[in-house]
Design a protein around this ligand. Sequence first.
Ligand SMILES: *[C@@H]1O[C@H](CO)[C@@H](O)[C@H](O)[C@H]1NC(C)=O
Ligand SMILES: *[C@@H]1O[C@H](CO)[C@@H](O)[C@H](O)[C@H]1NC(C)=O
Ligand SMILES: CC(=O)N[C@H]1CO[C@H](CO)[C@@H](O)[C@@H]1O
Length: 912
Amino acid sequence: MARLRHVLLVVVMGSLVHAQGDETALECPYPEGQSVNSEGECARYSACQWNNGVCHMNSNSIAGYRTTAAPTPTPAGFQVMLEKVDQEVTLFDGDIQQLMFEVINHEEYHIQIKIYDPANARYEVPVPLNLPSSPASTSLAEVVVSPAGDPFSFTVSRVGASPGKELFKLVGPLTFEDQFIQVTTDLPSSYLYGFGENTHPSFRHTFTPRQTYPIFAKDQPVGEGFMAEYGHHPYYVVVDPDTGNTHSVLLFNSNAMEYSTFTLPDGRPAVTLRTIGGILDFHIFTGPTLEDVNKQYSQMVGLPAFPPYWSLGFHLSRYGYASTNEVREVRERMKAMGIPQDVQTLDIDYMERFRDFTYDPVPWGDLPALTQELHNDNLKLTIILDPAVVIDWDNYPPGQRGKDADAFIKWYSDIYIPSDQDPTCRDYVIGYVWPDTKTVFPDFFKPSTKAWWKEELNIFYESVAYDAIWIDMNEPANFGTNLDRPFNWPSELPDWSLKCPYTHWDSPPYPTKFIRVGDNESGRLSDHGMCMTVNHTDGVQNYMHYDVHSLYGWSETDATFKALQEIFPGKRPVVLSRSTYPGSGKYAVHWLGDNTSAWSHLKMSVIGMLEFNLFGLPMVGADICGFFGDATMELCMRWMELGAFYPFSRNHNAIGQTEQDPGIWPEVAEVSRFVLNLRYQYLPYLYTLFHAAHMHGNSVVRPLFSEYPTDLTALDIDDQFMWGTGMMFAPILTESTTSRNVYFPQGLWYHLVPGFLAATGPSTVLANAPMEAIIIYVRGGAILPYQEPALTTVESRQNPFGLTIALDESGSASGELFWDDGDEEHAMSETYFVTMTFAANTLNLVVSNNPAPMTGLNLETVRFYGYPADPALVTVNGENLDPSQWAYDADYSVLSVTMSAPLDQDVTVMLS
Ligand SMILES: *[C@@H]1O[C@H](CO)[C@@H](O)[C@H](O)[C@H]1NC(C)=O
Ligand SMILES: *[C@@H]1O[C@H](CO)[C@@H](O)[C@H](O)[C@H]1NC(C)=O
Ligand SMILES: CC(=O)N[C@H]1CO[C@H](CO)[C@@H](O)[C@@H]1O
């Protein structure tokens, strides 16, 4: 298409002046960390300069690129050729001398900026994105590049809007070397969120002192500091508090990377992004609201999977169940205490010698019977699988079949095969994980591997009728890589471990901060994992582990989800994955990994949950009561109170820790019964939020500022959160605490229970939080659908519905309810949708789509919060109610009405 688009021609030839001194703020990256900062060290890098006692990047006109010509229009944007200013100036060598800078205008709200080597194709992330087939004709952002001959610089700005309109602006030189790429942008505000998966102490990032975090998938043990964890999400969100305008940026790259937040000399906040491979591929979304950004991003990486209704129930799990009988005991305890539960989860205990697709014949010999008992109780069973496959081929048919399918990861070249390679293992990489023999690792990119994995899932399903699969250890984790021996290596055997070669991939010139934080036993990129010098293939193209390491979990999730779609035809699969990448939300449920029973980890779980809702993985939660460590009764009580409102609500414990299932302490049992009943009651509301997430990419759990982006107090709050726009939670996150300050943004806020007005925002109120309760509020203006709770969702889904209607200042409220059969694929299911509005004393429910899924279910209670007076008359669908059918509590201003109105048709309730 030759037609040029207006906005993209705004390639203004103005000069892009940088504030004086910006460059002196750009850190020169030392592989060994800033502790070695010295004039002598600095002199090793011609791209760096020693000045005033610090080593910083040389100026753009020395260390960067220049534009070689004016931009050339393309059908979807424009291109500009760049060349290195000085071919010799370098950081780690391998400078790409000529680069293509390309702008692609996909949607009005979505601009892609690619910087790549036009002469030699480099690795690009193979995860599919949903990009429109034809570009947008208008754009809300414009890209301006420095004039021909000038040092290369560019800015991306919002069209029209001002101030704070610059979304991305290159500061200082761009570095683009074979194994080191660095770019710095200043930010329109310091309200920066996102990036992961990391251990973040706050949701909002800080800039002083400088903070650097690595991103690279890792089986990270609990520790201190700025650690990389299981997933890889180079994605951030910025809110401009002056206008409320929000934008987000994805750096679509999967190599080991790090990001650094700091301030420029004049105080502007900035971010440096560094990656050690691939290309620079930015996707910028203009919002302008946080929910817009969430939707825009999710639509590109893939809309979140729609969780079946049962998976929104409570999950109980632990590592360390000794037998089926122990699971039965715990289950009996849950029943005796009347605690709702929908899912029982089994960790690796059930396996025979920790081998996938087996169960231990002795303590777990009647696992099929246990499964049946759970199903009889309307519970579901989730089982864990690890990627590592034992090499005991003759005694392990699933492994032999995998070998027949040539399903495993291989060394890059025969020269890297260790001399002691087991001859039956071909050129496979061999490691050691939980099982008691060495293992190989499936290459989930490969079609024959996917087919084999599906077949094994199928065969195992014939003996154990599981309902969901939990894929753990998929960073992938390997024990003792590069060390003398794995921690669990049999003591009678001579030392052995997977040792990675010293290639330029396994020992890159800039290994990132990854090797300098957390449990970095071997100080190498392959720490706790796989070597970089190994190959994956999708059957057409080879990929090096160096490039696709962080996609391992994504590829396993894709393979597992699609396999389950075939095993459960027409149903929505549930796959719980530890490692994730942008796009994993299409398939995955995520838990925040191996935390510990500490108050600090209770607090951090709110941050992780908010972040994964930005990443397009709204079905998320942390291990309730903590994985490692022994939970105290008080911690577990508070954690059950919060965890009952994680989208993914699971109590999970490690082996050797004291029991922490909610039935074990009578006090915790009582609290758990109460909070889980509340959760189950409001599941129709949560389910409706998940439907919107699946259809449009909305988040489910939101920060307070989602609706109040110019509220500076709300922008800093990460110890409260929302479900959608209607419910706000203020958990207790510290020990021996029975009250807390709660921040209420603008509007009216009611106590969910029992319904009186709690506060008029904006205001901060000291709220009472007795041990046995989490404080939950409803926002004035919200209508929350609910259903009477029950011990499982199978039962609760049959119960009568109700509405909690919280009135705003004008006496109005609105909401919606989605309903379907609960577990069929969305496209196949008949779906029901009702919009609900209350205004001028009239409640209208208008049914759209298909009423069938609601047939037989009635609306039986409606509670109005903030209703000013006892009405004289209440009519439902034109019929007067008997006065005994409503009650007005004048102290609380709560009106409760009972009725029996079929929900498969429109309903009108009038108060007068
Ligand atoms: C690994 O990938 C490289 C690069 O594509 C290729 O040259 C090599 O033959 C591959 N090795 C194996 C064992 O497939
Ligand atoms: C590993 O990380 C710790 C901080 O957790 C650091 O003190 C140590 O120097 C690091 N080790 C290496 C090899 O970089
Ligand atoms: C390694 C580590 O600290 N992991 C996690 C444990 O706790 C929280 C949530 O409870 C996670 O978000 C942490 O990152």
